[in-house]
Design a protein around this ligand. Structure first.
Ligand SMILES: [Fe+2]
Length: 357
């Protein structure tokens, strides 16, 4: 489905509704059980280790184009932010936190956020770490569409589909409840609720059991650097580093190949819980998602892009029909046409090029 032109990407990249900040998403008991799972089942890999096995994949996902001779290794761009999955594809992996995942209050909040009739929890993960550097680049979470999900479509195509605003009718509606437990300095959450050209907003301290209902696929956001600047350096951090709790010493440690490279006191840990639901405006929409009766096809995705490029007077050859989603010339054209990123920031930028998690 196409939108009116000229396409205003700043208008496209806004969440379904303004983020809703609220206090105490979890009870103290739920928090202790969530953290208990993290303590008992670690150590946990870095965020980037979950999603990327080569620098090329990482660069392609954030920018779509891999420059030649970039000379970077995954260790060069590793950040000390670690991740684990608590629930996937609506299945909660740990029975002791079922009530946190199949959470009636969160389901009602997700529905209310969209004004929708139904919501279904689909995913729950956590990010954890102590004071560390992170880049200041904002990002969008991967957008899924009926007919184009991570299962069959590269993330950079999903991101371009989202940024273009051409496929809004097929967006799988989502809402997240993101919650922070963090008492140290910085480590805030910055987001652009009025589009990337609007003013950014920030989830401010105190960030202990503070939550926000958001749609992070269509709103630029980032986690800000964590802790005091003088405590952020970590020597020996690598892409393959792990993070875990040590009961014997009641502290947390980053290890690289089994070697401890950094420890943190329990009070110096930033713990983020990310809960995600799929949302259906009505039963009709829910059925369309479930029975795939209105999925977009790969051919229709290509046609829609080509039609829009032609309307804009952008020259583009028909992509390689065998593998259009990896056709570098096609992707480069899409990237230069649908490129947008925040132009406003409150932060004193000293950007080191790393992506924040
Ligand atoms: Fe994100």
């Amino acid at each position: 489905m196409t939108t009116a032109e000229p396409l205003d990407l700043n208008a496209v990249l806004r969440p379904a509704a303004p983020p809703v900040v609220f206090d105490a998403p979890y009870t103290a008991d739920q928090h202790s059980r969530l953290l208990g799972v993290v303590k008992d089942h670690g150590p946990w890999p870095t965020i980037t280790a979950h999603h990327f096995s080569t620098v090329e994949e990482l660069i392609a996902t954030s920018s779509g184009i891999v420059p030649e001779n970039h000379g970077l290794t995954l260790d060069d761009i590793a950040t000390a932010n670690f991740r684990g999955f608590l629930a996937e594809n609506s299945c909660c992996w740990y029975p002791e936190i079922h009530d946190c995942f199949y959470n009636p209050d969160f389901i009602e909040r997700a529905k209310r956020y969209w004004g929708a009739d139904y919501a279904k929890p689909t995913l729950m993960l956590f990010n954890i770490g102590g004071p560390a550097h992170s880049g200041l680049n904002a990002h969008l979470d991967a957008v899924s569409f009926r007919g184009a999900t991570i299962a069959d479509t590269p993330v950079w195509i999903q991101n371009l589909m989202g940024k273009s605003g051409l496929f809004t009718d097929h967006v799988l509606k989502m809402a997240q409840v993101i919650t922070w437990f963090w008492l140290g300095e910085e480590g805030t959450f910055t987001y652009w609720p009025d589009g990337p050209h609007g003013q950014p907003a920030r989830i401010e301290h105190p960030m202990w059991n503070k939550g926000v209902v958001v749609q992070n696929e269509l709103m630029f956001h980032r986690g800000d650097p964590v802790g005091r600047p003088d405590e952020r350096d970590i020597t020996g951090l690598a892409h393959r580093s792990m993070f875990g709790y040590r009961p014997a010493t009641d502290d947390w440690a980053i290890t690289t190949d089994g070697e401890v490279v950094r420890t943190y006191e329990p009070t110096n840990i930033r713990f983020l819980v990310h809960w995600n639901a799929e949302v259906y405006m009505d039963r009709d929409e829910a059925k369309k998602v479930m029975d795939h009766s209105d999925d977009i096809t790969r051919d229709r995705i290509i046609e829609t892009f080509l039609e829009d490029l032609a309307r804009r007077g952008v020259a583009c050859e028909t992509p390689d029909e065998n593998d259009p989603f990896h056709d570098q010339s096609f992707i480069r054209t899409l990237l230069s046409t649908y490129t947008i990123a925040p132009t406003t920031d409150w932060y004193q930028r000293a950007d080191d090029g790393r992506n924040s998690g």
